[in-house]
Design a protein around this ligand. Structure first.
Ligand code: NDP
Ligand code: 8X3
Length: 217
């Protein structure tokens, strides 16, 4: 039976690049994201290489996560890997001016969403045992302060400490935990952060040779 990799946020950026990378190596894939058309198109494309199970899911929706994971088809249940990638930053205004709603979305996505997938999938990873692993997407923003990072950076600090703590709890199970902490890379991340302002997005990467999602994958 093929090993399965579960990727949250596979509709763009790192998650999509990881899906392509692991599909080429023949891993069965469970791919999630909210944008259904993108998810279906990717699943169709990658099904030329491997088995793909697309799940249109908002990681903030605990009940939907529970149902989707409990209902995984048999051939995707031998879970070897989880990439907790779904995440976002919203805005760059300083704390006194930014939106409390944005803060809540970042906490719900980057922290609570990651906790749901981790806790719900842990039993399957432990059942796989040695060779299984979780990769969490942290960020340099979890270590280094910069103006406008406030809650985004703090969610990534949570991801870092949670990863270290989880690693301790999983000693003896064979399941490894990695916190990947990239710096700024070129992806839709900045487009989302700037509320769709393409000009500002392009200026962010102008004159540099930014790291690409494929490098992270
Ligand atoms: P992208 O914006 O390109 O991709 C983000 C992915 O997360 C999309 O697939 C999006 O899918 C998904 N996502 C966001 N919110 C939700 C949600 N509520 N439910 C389900 N899926 C969701 O960004 P990146 O690929 O660059 O970022 C991926 C991760 O890496 C994030 O956690 C980010 O914080 C982190 N990171 C990014 C860096 C960068 O510079 N790009 C650097 C360091 C870390 P959809 O919208 O379809 O739901
Ligand atoms: C994204 C990288 O430097 O924009 O996590 O915070 S940065």
């Amino acid at each position: 039976m093929t090993s399965t990799l579960f990727i949250t946020g596979a509709t763009s950026g790192f998650g999509e690049a990881c899906a392509r990378r692991f599909a080429r190596d023949g891993w069965a894939l469970v791919l999630t994201g909210r944008r259904e058309a993108r998810l279906q198109a990717l699943a169709e494309e990658l099904s030329a290489y491997t088995e793909v199970h697309p799940l249109v899911l908002d990681v903030r929706d605990r009940q939907a996560m529970e149902q989707a994971i409990a209902g995984l088809p048999e051939k995707f249940t031998r879970l070897r890997g989880l990439i907790n990638n779904a995440g976002l930053a919203l805005g760059t205004d300083p704390a006194p001016r930014c939106s409390l709603d944005d803060w809540e979305v970042m906490v719900d996505t980057n922290i609570k969403g990651l906790l749901y997938s981790t806790r719900l999938l842990l039993p399957r990873l432990i059942a796989y045992g040695r060779g299984a692993g979780i990769v969490n997407l942290g960020s340099v923003a979890g270590h280094w302060p910069y103006p406008g990072s406030h809650v985004y950076g703090a969610t990534k600090a949570f991801v870092r400490q949670f990863s270290l703590n989880l690693r301790n709890d999983l000693v003896g199970t064979g399941v490894r935990v990695t916190d990947l902490e990239p710096g700024l890379c070129e992806s839709e991340f900045s487009l989302v952060r700037f509320g769709g302002d393409r000009e500002r997005y392009e200026v962010t990467y102008a004159g540099a040779e930014p790291i690409q999602p494929e490098d992270i994958a």
